[in-house]
Design a protein around this ligand. Structure first.
Ligand SMILES: [Cu+2]
Length: 323
């Protein structure tokens, strides 16, 4: 992947070494529950280990002092160590449950974005049909992600927003949140999903209110605003060709695009064909019509998913990889 490592967020965010910035409406409350549980656990840790050490010293074996007598039953002690933890558990449950219910609530005016996870890229589809490899959202507006997976279980995790939810094949899951801070934040896959799981990250770009629509408009018109070769490179990444086709010599599931254009390709019928515009176009729309020998026939068709201009842009990009 060519996405730069998400180091920039370290400098930008107001987070500490302890926790990332609190950049969504629920972040403070989630951290509150976390701190509550942490401090209760700390109090018990100190109390239990302190008592342990004190008993070890106080009741150590000494010459001339008889061993302690076996003690049975102390009603008041037993009631205390049952009732106090019970009450604490109720407090933890109440705090966790109310926070969880708050996060699950779905306001009416959510901006909906479709998310697809596949080994090992994220794609985000906006209401106008535009697909990007980063999640762009407006600040201070509830966002709903409707998510599914093309292969195995993935999980969307945005640490600065304190939200995480599994992305599952054959079923939709959703995640609702509202960003409170403009900036760029990390989005990770939090479910071990194969060899390149650790490459499966992206950015969340939170736009100033009023600027999101302009961004979407401009990004959706990338075919007009970029050179065809650059637009092709963008599509190569965003539309998942990158999963199976390398642009250097390295071997992946499909043939490398490096020096592909103009090459003599051997088909599984034994025929040889020159890789030109028509062959590439056909390979994208009907991948199995002329299949390369030595590869598994796993390329999905992009019929109805890529417009003619987009296919032309991809061809221009492949041409630039000739040398
Ligand atoms: Cu994953």
């Amino acid at each position: 992947m060519t996405i730069p490592l998400p180091i920039h967020t370290l400098a930008e965010s107001t987070g500490s070494l302890w926790l990332p910035s609190q950049s969504s409406t629920v972040a403070g409350e989630v951290d509150g529950v976390f701190s509550l549980i942490l401090w209760i656990s700390m109090a018990f840790f100190v109390g239990i280990v302190g008592a342990l050490v004190w008993f070890v010293v106080r009741y150590r074996r000494r010459d001339g002092v008889p061993a302690a007598r076996q003690v049975h039953h102390s009603t008041s002690l037993e009631i205390a160590w049952s009732v106090i933890p019970f009450l604490l558990l109720i407090v933890i449950f109440a705090a966790g449950f109310t926070t969880f219910m708050g996060m699950a609530a779905e306001p009416d005016n959510c901006y909906e974005i479709k998310v697809v996870g596949k080994k090992w890229v994220w794609s985000f589809q906006y209401p106008n049909g535009y697909i990007d490899d980063a999640l762009h959202i407006p600040v201070d507006r509830p966002i709903k992600l409707v998510m599914s997976s093309d292969d195995v279980i993935h999980s969307v995790f945005i640490p600065a927003f304190r939200v995480k939810r599994d992305v599952i094949p054959g079923r939709y899951t959703s995640l609702v949140f509202q960003a409170t801070e403009v900036g760029t934040f990390d989005l990770f896959c939090a479910e071990y999903c194969g060899t390149k799981h650790s490459d499966m990250y992206s950015d969340v770009v939170v736009h100033r209110s009023g600027e999101f629509a302009a961004w979407l408009e401009k990004a959706s018109n990338f075919l007009e605003t970029m050179s065809p070769a650059d637009a092709g490179k963008t599509l190569y990444k965003r539309r998942g060709c990158i999963q199976c086709h390398s642009v250097d010599r390295s071997q992946m599931v499909g043939p490398s695009f490096y020096q592909l254009f103009g090459q003599q390709a051997v088909l599984d019928t034994g025929e040889t064909i020159e890789v030109d515009e028509n062959y590439i176009r056909e390979s994208i729309l009907e991948p199995q019509a002329k299949a390369r020998s030595g590869y598994r026939k796993v390329m999905p068709t992009y019929q109805g998913q890529l417009k003619d201009e987009e296919i032309a842009a991809i061809i221009e990009y492949i041409k630039t990889l000739k040398n």
